[in-house]
Design a protein around this ligand. Sequence first.
Ligand SMILES: Cc1cc2nc3c(=O)[nH]c(=O)nc-3n(C[C@H](O)[C@H](O)[C@H](O)COP(=O)(O)OP(=O)(O)OC[C@H]3O[C@@H](n4cnc5c(N)ncnc54)[C@H](O)[C@@H]3O)c2cc1C
Length: 401
Amino acid sequence: MHIELNSEEQAFREEVLEFLEQHLTPAVRRASRLSTGVFVDPPWSKEWHRALYEKGWITYAWPKEYGGCGWTPVQRYIYESEAARRGAPAVAPMGIGLVGPVICEYGSDWQKEYFLPRIRSGQDYWCQGFSEPGAGSDLSSLKTKAVRDGDDYVISGEKTWTTHAHFANMIFALVRTSREDRQQNGISFLLVDMDSPGVTVRPIITIAGEHEVNQVHFDNVRVPTRNLVGEEGKGWSYAKYLLEFERGGGAPSTRSRMALERYKTILRNEPGDTPGNRLIDEKDIQLRLGQLAARVVALETLDMRQVARRQAGGRPGTTASIVKTLGSELLQAIEKASMEALGPNGLPALTLDGPDFAVPNDTPLPEHGLAVAGRHLNGLAGTIFGGASEIQREIIAKELT
Ligand SMILES: Cc1cc2nc3c(=O)[nH]c(=O)nc-3n(C[C@H](O)[C@H](O)[C@H](O)COP(=O)(O)OP(=O)(O)OC[C@H]3O[C@@H](n4cnc5c(N)ncnc54)[C@H](O)[C@@H]3O)c2cc1C
C-alpha cells in the first residue's frame, strides 16, 4: 500500500531501512523465509529480538512509560511493512505481544518491575497456557485448578497445543480458583515458572512432522501468590483483553505480504505451460496473483485502521476478529497457491527441520521451493488457533446485529 510520507516520516523510514540493512543478517532472513511454523524458532528469533532491544524498538507498541516508542500509526506502519518486505521474522509474541500488555495494564508494581524488563530484554521466553483438552473454543470451561495454600497456589491439570513450551521458561496460565454459577467467573491468571517442580512438557508433532506445539502437565505445581495477575477470579476479563491483542496485535498483513513475495519468487522461477514462459507470464496465474495482491492491500488498510485506533488509546475490539479471520484465510490462500505452483516438487521439503534448516544433499528442490509444503500444511492451523474462524464470525455478527 502506498501512503504519502511527510519529511519527518521519510526520515524515519530512512532510519528503519538503515537499521534493517545493518542488523537483519542473511542467516536470520533465511530462517524467517524457511520457517514453517507460526513463529521463527530461537535462536534466530532471539537474535532479532536482541537487535530490536538494543535499538530500543522491541516494545514499540507498549505504553511509553513501560518502554514503548510512542510512534504514530504511520511510523508503526512504516516499520512493520518495511521489516516484512525485507524478510524480518516476527518476534515471538507471547511475551512482547500478549502477557506484556496484560502486565502493563493489570499487573502489580512488583510484576511490572520484575517481569517487564525481562520480557523486553528477551531474558524470559513465554508460552501461553490457555487451551485444554475439551476447552478450546469454549475456553471458559477450563478445568486446570489452582488451590490457595498459604503464600502459594497449587496447580494441577493439563494445557494443550502450547506453542513453543519446549523453549519457554515462563508460561501464563488460566486456572480455575473457584467454581461459580457462570463458568467465566472463578478463573484466575497466573504467571508460572516452567522450571517449577511438577511441570512436564510433552511434544505434539504437527501435520508437517514438526515439533512446535506441546502438552503441558501441572502436577501440584506451587506458584507464589505474588504471581497472580490482578484479582483472583477475574482472569477471564484479563484473558479477553489479551485475546484482542492475539487476534489483532502487530500487523497481521505483514505475514501475508511476506507470503505474497515468496509466491512471486516461485512464479518467477518456475516454468509455465507455454514453452519459454515462466509461471508469472501466464495469464491465469497473473489473475490469481492480482486477486491475492488486492486482498493483501485490503488487509494492510484494515491493519492501518486498527493501528490508528490503538494509537489513539482504543482497544483492538471487533476489528481484531475481522483482521484475524481475513488474515489467516488469506495466508492459507497464498500458501495453497504457492504449493500448487510448485506441484509435487514441493513435497520433499517435508523433511526440512533441525537447527540449520539443513537441506539433504540429494534434494532436488531449489531454494524457492523449500519449506513451501511445511508452511502450507502447518498453515491449516491458522484458522483454528487464536480463536477459530467460526468463532470470530460469531463475534463479528454479534457486533453488527
Ligand atoms: C498450531 C496451534 C497452536 C496453538 N497454540 C496455542 C497456544 O500457544 N496456547 C493455547 O492456549 N492454545 C493454543 N492453541 C489452541 C487453539 O487456541 C485452539 O485449538 C482453538 O481455540 C480451537 O479449540 P479446539 O482445538 O479445542 O477446537 P474446538 O473448540 O473443539 O473446535 C472444533 C471446530 O468446531 C468449531 N466450533 C466450536 N464451537 C463452535 C461454535 N460455538 N459455533 C460454531 N463452530 C464452533 C470450531 O470453529 C472448529 O472448527 C493452538 C492451536 C493450534 C492448532
